[in-house]
Design a protein around this ligand. Structure first.
Ligand SMILES: NC(=O)c1ccc[n+]([C@@H]2O[C@H](COP(=O)([O-])OP(=O)(O)OC[C@H]3O[C@@H](n4cnc5c(N)ncnc54)[C@H](OP(=O)(O)O)[C@@H]3O)[C@@H](O)[C@H]2O)c1
Length: 290
């Protein structure tokens, strides 16, 4: 009995230590008000985007929730208006997986709004957007490799994409980002079978949002308890974005990388102008803008 109590006490002490060190991150300290300013937050109906939009609304901004699902967005507008007391919170339709939707959002915005002061590009981060991107690329005749953990699910997605686009140039390669061994095997496999790579997209995070809604029930059973104890809440997760959006006196740091409300150094590859230029050109070509 004593041993059990000792272990429980140790675990609680360890969690409290984690809570006051790693899990309690700096807050955006700015008290800047935003009356008369207009802000767009993409993907603002839930998670980090919604927490960001709420904070900006409390500061008095006119906040546009740029979202793809009208009913979820309208529910968020109602919540944010009620909690902030700011009626200038509104929804405009935007589905970032469709360039047609991006264009009509921009036209709609320019027709209805007279200014834009802050744009928060938050949307993304789920399997839906990955599949939609693959669909769009395959539709444009690009050879697409679905790098996923689960072959069965990937094959189902490949069949859907083939059916929708008529393209046969879609492949599966195993990649589990949680395992360095799998990442190395993926790179070796890729270099052996492919002659070129134009675009690599990466994604990560530890904020408890709706990100896990797309995983299976069994994964949820595992993720939920860990997320409740160890992941940040969306309000905390929004602090660095808010810091970058409203903090005065950091304008000279434009273009730098921020983490925990502070500038952080990035690796040499991220500072390589030639890589940045190539990424820009490839993105322009794939999006049909060039
Ligand atoms: N959670 C983390 O730990 C974490 C950490 C670092 C970075 N991030 C990044 O932070 C951002 C927000 O993530 P979150 O954790 O708040 O995720 P979330 O709760 O799943 O919210 C994602 C938001 O993006 C929207 N969205 C997805 N695809 C879209 C599309 N094609 N067009 C328009 N809106 C779209 C979603 O709309 P629907 O509701 O309609 O699906 C939702 O509003 C993401 O870019 C994510 O990669 C997250």
């Amino acid at each position: 009995m004593f041993t059990v109590l000792l272990i429980c006490g140790g675990l609680v002490a360890f969690y409290l230590l984690l809570y006051v060190t790693v899990l309690r991150l700096p807050k955006c300290q700015s008290t800047t008000k935003l009356h008369g300013k207009t802000v767009i937050v993409t993907g603002a109906n839930t998670g980090i985007g919604k927490a960001t939009a709420l904070d900006l609304a409390k500061r008095g901004a006119r906040v546009i929730l740029a979202c793809r699902d009208e009913s979820r967005a309208q529910a968020a507008v109602t919540d944010i208006q009620r909690e902030s007391g700011n009626k200038e919170v509104l929804y405009m339709h935007l589905d970032l997986a469709s360039l047609k939707s991006v264009r009509s959002f921009a036209e709609n915005f320019l027709k209805k709004e007279s200014r834009l002061d802050i744009l928060i590009s938050n949307a993304g981060g789920n399997t839906g957007i990955g599949k939609a991107t693959a669909l769009d690329l395959a539709g444009r005749g690009v050879r697409v490799i679905l790098a996923c953990r689960n072959q069965k699910k990937a094959e189902a997605a490949i069949n859907d994409i083939k059916k929708a686009t008529g393209s046969n140039d879609i492949l599966f390669m195993e990649l589990d980002l949680g395992s360095l061994k799998s990442v190395r095997a993926f790179v070796e496999n890729f270099l052996k079978s492919e002659s070129r790579l134009d675009l690599l997209i990466n994604n990560a995070g530890i904020v408890k949002t709706e990100l896990s809604r797309h995983v299976s029930l069994w994964q949820k059973v595992f993720i939920e308890p860990v997320a409740r104890l160890l992941f940040l809440d969306p309000k905390t997760g929004a602090q660095t974005t808010l810091h970058c959006a409203v903090q005065e006196g950091i304008e000279h740091l434009s273009g730098r990388y921020f983490s925990c409300c502070a500038v952080e150094e990035v690796g040499a590859k991220a500072k390589d102008d030639a890589v940045a230029k190539k990424l820009w050109e490839v993105s322009e070509r794939l999006s049909g803008l060039s």
